[in-house]
Design a protein around this ligand. Structure first.
Ligand code: M6R
Length: 613
């Protein structure tokens, strides 16, 4: 939920830490702070609001330091004020800490520490860490951390420094991710790889229970019990340019336009057209388990949950295997009926969503075969899965997920086709036909993305709309949900996604001439049914924005009102139509939000990775 950066070396720590935080701002952006040390003096600066407020304050009154830590926050405990911004310090002002996560027993620890004389000045859970470490400190920060952290309940990624232990950071992880970047004569710590790609592509990925002592020339990793562990450096393929805006006004817009490439990359090397087969050796030991699967349970949150709904459709259609979809956040608060014979597929862009991970662990503990679809190699999810299918979307920075979604659809399509072949439901010829349609998709997506101008002007005509209804059927019902989610999260307009057939059971009461109804009507088996729903909206004076394969036909005849509009997408096999129908909805959300003057990449109250429950 928050972004952490630490630096040890000889360079300007403030500039390096601010640069890293800027690249992590998608993780949280309600307040920020840094603490740096120079010549034995520890200085701290914090500011409420976005990072630019902190940067402005540092530009007015610079701080000097050649090592230090920084943080960009998404508040959980305590308002996003300057006082509650990290880094937090102990009573002596010598120990400072930045933290991502939640300390569940902070009240109990606080009471104990306060009774022992510690003075608390914030409403955060994190402050207890600074005082707890202080109470355990006997000359070694690493040992103090190792003694203190077993007393902590909850989840954390944290970095500590002590003013009197020069060029030394202590980093610890239990839950949220933490990586150490390795460079010549200097070391970095960060919540995520993109923060450091300008400095290095060599990383150590810390694991739960690790306590790392990071110095400019070495990193020592031990368990909380003090045993030395080896974390081998890994070279990451992502490069720094992928994490830049590349001339686009926003990351979201860039990521929308990257989708043909990311779909192509996620497909590449994973099938043989000649043999009509999908090749998923990367699933490793999980591959064999797929053969015995009697059902699939898909777990995810948010946009990834919408991908899961499409996945259910594909798996049932192509593999004839029952598939269920669950919210990560709901799964473990009932008695989930999963066990041997169930393949549980968790879908997550980040691989660190707390709810998805918790549900995944629950399913695993009940004997299900755990498989991950994930965009981040080495993330918690991929490490806990028996087999992973990586999406190759590249770093997704915009809080509103776009390219990760369509890449997830590719992974699900491949999985469904693979299961279909394994179970004999699809012949090689049928599988080949589906695959060759699928390989056309990136090109068709490029064509669909060329129609942005029409969407931009449509957004201009929607400035007064405050509520929207999105309707879809079959494989496009999840796309209605996704279109509505995109719009609400970045424009703050109220939007509801609904299965079109359910409209008459309630939501139709909302229809009047102020409510734009976005109807997904691509060519396919449910086109006629969608036409009926569009007719029902028109009969009640509603305004329709249709996404369709052509402007003509019955739909064209129906939508001749000056306020109505048809956004066309190229025609393709109905099963793969979500790849195309979602594109105008992403662009619509983007342009409506832009018109409304919203902060597209960093919408209010949200963070990219939700690492708390
Ligand atoms: O990283 P994940 O895919 O697990 O994230 C799940 C959701 O938090 C995420 O999709 C969220 O709904 C996005 N902001 C939607 O655009």
């Amino acid at each position: 939920m928050c972004g952490i950066v630490g630096y040890v070396g000889g360079r300007d720590a403030v500039a390096l830490i601010l640069d890293g935080l800027r690249r992590l701002e998608y993780r949280g952006y309600d307040s920020a702070g840094v603490a740096v040390v120079s010549g034995g003096s520890l200085q701290r600066r914090r500011a409420a609001g976005k990072l630019e407020r902190l940067a402005a304050s540092l530009a007015d009154e610079p701080l000097d330091g050649d090592w230090g830590i920084g943080h960009t926050r998404w508040a959980t405990h305590g308002q996003p004020t300057e006082e509650n911004a990290h880094p937090h310090q102990d009573c002596t002002g010598r120990i400072v800490v930045v933290h991502n996560g939640i300390i569940e027993n902070h009240l109990e620890l606080k009471a104990r520490l306060a009774a022992a004389g510690h003075r608390f000045v914030t409403q955060t859970d994190t402050e207890v860490l600074a005082h707890l470490i202080e109470s355990e400190y006997e000359g070694s920060l690493e040992q103090a951390a190792a003694r203190a952290l077993p007393m902590v309940r909850g989840v954390y990624a944290l970095v500590l420094l002590h003013r009197d232990e020069p060029q030394t950071l202590v980093a610890a992880r239990m839950g949220p991710p933490l990586v150490v970047g390795l460079s010549d004569g200097e070391r970095f710590v960060a919540s995520d790889v993109p923060a450091l790609l300008h400095h290095t592509r060599d990383f150590l990925f810390l694991e739960d229970g690790d306590v790392a002592t990071v110095r400019p020339d070495r990193v020592e990793v031990r368990t909380l019990a003090g045993a030395t562990v080896t974390r081998s450096p890994q070279h990451v393929a992502w490069d720094a340019v992928q994490a830049e805006k590349g001339g686009y006004r926003h990351f979201m817009l860039k990521e929308i336009h990257e989708q043909p490439r990311s779909v192509r990359d996620t497909l590449a090397g994973r099938f043989s057209l000649e043999d009509g087969e999908v090749l998923l050796e990367e699933l490793g030991p999980a591959a064999a388990g797929l053969l015995e699967a009697s059902r699939i349970v898909l777990l995810a949150c948010g946009t990834s949950w919408h991908a899961a709904l499409v996945g259910k459709f594909l798996i049932e259609e192509l593999a004839g295997l029952p598939a269920e979809v669950d919210y990560g956040s709901e799964f473990r608060y009932r008695t989930p009926l999963v066990g041997p014979g169930t393949v549980v597929v968790a879908i997550s862009q980040s691989g660190e969503t707390a709810d998805t991970l918790a549900a995944f662990r629950e399913a695993k503990s009940r004997g299900a075969l755990p498989v991950a679809i994930c965009n981040v190699r080495g993330s918690m999810l991929t490490r806990e899965a028996e087999g992973s299918l990586l999406t190759h979307a590249g770093p997704e920075i915009g809080v509103a997920s776009t390219k990760a979604f369509t890449a997830q659809l590719v992974a699900l399509a491949l999985l469904a086709l693979h299961l279909g072949r394994l179970r004999g439901r699809l012949s090689p010829e049928k599988c080949r036909a589906h695959l060759s349609e699928l390989t056309r998709i990136p090109h068709l997506m490029e064509q669909a993305l060329h129609r942005e101008d029409a969407i931009e002007s449509l957004a201009g005509s929607l400035t007064r709309a405050t509520d929207y209804l999105y309707l879809g059927r079959g494989v496009n019902y999840p796309i209605a949900l996704e279109g509505a989610l995109k719009l609400k999260e970045i424009s703050y307009a109220h939007a509801e996604g609904y299965p079109a057939g359910e409209m008459k059971h309630g939501p139709i009461a909302l229809v009047d001439d102020t409510l734009p109804v976005v109807a997904l009507c691509p060519d396919g088996g449910v086109y006629e049914k969608m036409l009926s729903n569009v007719q029902e909206v028109k009969a009640r004076g509603g305004r329709v924005i249709a996404v369709a394969s052509s402007e003509g036909g019955e739909l064209g005849a129906l939508l001749q009102g000056s306020d109505d509009m048809i956004l066309t997408v190229p025609s393709c096999a109905e099963l793969w139509s979500p790849f195309l129908t979602v594109l105008p909805l992403q662009m619509l959300a983007y342009h409506v939000a832009l018109r409304a003057g919203r902060d597209v990449d960093q919408p209010r109250n949200l963070a990219k990775s939700v690492t708390v429950e």
